[in-house]
Design a protein around this ligand. Structure first.
Ligand code: 5GP
Ligand code: ZN
Length: 112
């Protein structure tokens, strides 16, 4: 499968790793939209949030545990944003499930 984030998870394409374990990888976004902009991905290929099921959702829970750990370890647990874009109309450009963990500036709502 020709998937960019599968290749990053496999180490075939380099990334700046923030956290890694058996099932989850976190690395810096190549085009940051905030002073902290980290992508959290399952190492297993799940295309998008619409494909989360009872069978694969444990890794999604784990991703949120990892995000909280990173927030504490990096000192921004008092304020951060987690974003998932699902599908073309939401702006998902890489079709491997990922969560954007962003911090270090004020965030508008619902966008910005
Ligand atoms: P999406 O638009 O699918 O929600 O987010 C994809 C994200 O992946 C974007 O923020 C983009 O900057 C990031 N990205 C795309 N290609 C690469 C890459 O090769 N390396 C890294 N570290 N990030 C990437
Ligand atoms: Zn993939």
């Amino acid at each position: 499968m020709d998937c960019l984030f599968c290749k990053i998870a496999a180490g075939e394409i380099p990334s700046t790793k923030v956290y890694e374990d058996d099932t989850v990888l976190a690395f810096n976004d190549i085009n940051p939209e905030a002073p902290v902009h980290i992508l959290l991905i399952p190492k297993e290929h799940i295309c998008c949030a619409a494909e989360i099921t009872a069978e694969n959702s444990a890794v999604v829970a784990h991703i949120f545990e990892v995000a909280a750990k990173i927030a504490h370890d990096m000192g921004f647990a008092d304020g951060f944003r987690i974003v998932n874009n699902c599908g073309d109309s939401a702006g998902q450009t890489v079709k491997h499930l990922h969560f954007h963990l962003m911090a270090g500036r004020e965030f508008g709502w619902p966008a910005g």
